[in-house]
Design a protein around this ligand. Sequence first.
Ligand code: COA
Length: 181
Amino acid sequence: MVGRAMRLFLTRLMLLGKGAVRRLSVQHLMDRFGKVGKEVYLNMPVVVHQPESIYLGDYVGIGENVVLRGAGGITMGNRVLIATGVAIVSAGHPLVPPRWGVDVLKPIHIGDDVWIGTNAVILPGVNIGNGAVVAAGAVVSRDVPSYAVVAGVPARVIRTIEPPKETRGDAAGFDSVRQSQ
Ligand SMILES: CC(C)(COP(=O)(O)OP(=O)(O)OC[C@H]1O[C@@H](n2cnc3c(N)ncnc32)[C@H](O)[C@@H]1OP(=O)(O)O)[C@@H](O)C(=O)NCCC(=O)NCCS
C-alpha cells in the first residue's frame, strides 16, 4: 500500500516529467560529494563510490558510464573534461594476500584544463598536471606532466602541448582561447 505522502510525491514527479526526475537524482548524488564547484555536469549513468571523498572544481564535465571510485580521494581542478567510459580508481588491494577486505588507498589529483579521453583508466596515486591530455584507452599508472599528451598501456608521453599565453581564470577565458586556435 502506497502512503498518501508517497502518492503525492510520485504524482509530482510525473507532472514534472522525466527530465526533472533525472535532475533530482543527479542533484541528490552531487549533494553527497566532498565538493562540487559551479557548472559541473554528470551525464548519467555515472557510477560513484564514496562521493564524500571526491572534490570537483568549476566547469567539470563527466561523460556517460564513467566510474569514480573515491575511497582514496579524487580531486579535480577547473575546466576538466572526462569522456565516456573513463575509470578513475583511487583504491586497490595488496599484491600479497590476504586481499579480501583489505584496501590500498592512494589519492588521485587531476589539475586544471585536463582532458581525459574515452575509456582511459587512471590508477591509484596518479597526479595529472594542468593542461594535460590522456588519450583514449590509455592506462595511466604514473604521474603525467603538465601540458603532456599521454597514450597507450602503460601511458607514455607522446607529445607536449604549448601552454596558452594567458592563464585562464574561468570558462569564458577558455572560450576565447579556443576561438583563437
Ligand atoms: C590523443 C589524441 C587527442 C590525439 O592527439 P594527437 O597528438 O593529435 O595525436 P595524433 O593523431 O597526431 O597521433 C600521434 C601518435 O599517437 C598515436 N595515438 C593517437 N591517439 C592514440 C591513442 N588513443 N592511443 C594510442 N596511441 C594513440 C597515433 O597513432 C600517432 O602514432 P604514430 O606517430 O606512431 O603514428 C586522440 O588520439 C585521442 O585519444 N582523443 C580522445 C578522443 C575522445 O576520447 N573523445 C571523447 C569525447 S571528448
